[in-house]
Write a protein that binds this ligand. Sequence first.
Ligand code: FAD
Length: 482
Amino acid sequence: MTFDRRRLISELESIAGPEFVAWKPEDLLVYEYDGSIDRATPLAVVVPADVDQVSAIVRLCRQYEVALVPRGAGTGLSGGAIALDDSVQIVMSRFRRIISVDVDNMTAVVEPGVVNADLSAHVARWGLYYVPDPSSQRACTIGGNVAENAGGPHCLAYGVTTNHVMGMEVVLANGNVVWLGGETRETAGYDLRGAFIGSEGTLGIATRVAVRLQRLPEAVQTMVATFRSLDQATQTVSDIIASGVLPAAIEMIDKVTIAAVEPYYHPGYPPDAEAVLLVEVDGLRETVKEESAHIEGICRRNGTSDFRSSDDPVRRAELWATRKGAIGAFGNLRPNYYLVDGVVPRTKLRDVMRKISNLGAELDVLIANVFHAGDGNLHPCILFDEREPGAVEKTIAAGEKILELCVEAGGALSGEHGIGIEKQAYMGLMYNPDDLAAMARLKPAFGAGECFNPSKIFPTGRDLHGAAYRGPIRRTGTAEVV
Ligand SMILES: Cc1cc2nc3c(=O)[nH]c(=O)nc-3n(C[C@H](O)[C@H](O)[C@H](O)COP(=O)(O)OP(=O)(O)OC[C@H]3O[C@@H](n4cnc5c(N)ncnc54)[C@H](O)[C@@H]3O)c2cc1C
């Protein structure tokens, strides 16, 4: 290490307070992870209280030539919040104020550490909600959502984070504080707000976010249909969309997932169910009634073996439980999961799902599928046990093949979880070196260079994905360093 780590830590402590700086190995352990399978130990962790502290920390780290990695709740699934290359993690969990709500204009300004579901819960008293609803919404933060351009079940009809964020206050690499976009719905000039959203913490640190809110719908109907084959279920998705109805959400789980959720939620799906489709429509009462009947007809024509439907909030939450709780329930089958996030054109869904199933058999890996079927956003979860020799390597190889299948089908490497550490080595599947170089020029344009979240998104030539299992990522959190 070419600098004095002890001094850096003591200066971080003088900015944020000693109780808000972690550097002991046992304290750093919990910051090694996010929701992905990658991990690395940060040099130190700092938890600032306000924008002035963020700005001072950015300036200090720049002086020491140490990079900063922003962190929200650490639920990311591509390794975005993991600190590589001896960087300091800056955790935004003290930024959790909802600063203002403009009920008439249906907007709000919040701090980035606000938990996604808490915002909707807060504004419900005015009949409003915040649309993007990642399945992790009870834990993930608005800052993390902005950085990943997060989606969610209800983004099919209403759009992902970028469609609901008007602007954000950002601390740049020189410590200056700027607004990208604004607190109003329209701004003129280049869409720098749009460039920041989905930039995965590589361009700056968001310290405030101005969001759009939407009126809670008058009526909501949730329908769950089980099918004896995955083909019937995927055909139903195509038929619903082709019929001209755009539901608020179309989600699917497959047979492996059904086996995982059945003992937890006891939904009592028929024993021969191979796929469960969840469709939700919302809007004006009359329209919802008409569209629900229309969707039920399509499900029945495609041979649903069990159809359930409700507009009652408690019953609707029960219908959603198996979808929303699916990932946690995988612990029932295997201790580890690797959730792959790829997109395919909806028309290729059936074909790609079949290929993924064949791939599982060919590579001898257990794959569960739980996904946003309506927008072709696949989430094959490879279930494994990291203690079994070779299991991690097999899992990573299967993940790579799945992403290749998605790209070959005309899809994309990521629907919503970002590139992070996980997919940087696969960027070449979609982009040539000129494309990547053009994209990378955005960083210096923001003055960011490698100041924020180094070695993410762009191929580094290093084998970083799954590296913690092989050992090359240096563990910096050792007692003798400080
Ligand atoms: C069970 C489960 C279900 C999920 N379902 C979905 C889903 O339906 N849709 C979906 O899109 N995602 C989903 N995710 C992934 C994850 O929840 C999202 O990517 C979420 O947006 C991450 O938010 P976070 O606060 O946890 O961010 P983190 O994981 O802490 O960080 C994610 C990225 O954001 C950056 N970042 C965080 N805060 C800031 C900030 N203030 N300024 C700049 N950069 C910042 C980090 O550097 C990192 O690159 C799911 C995850 C889990 C575990």
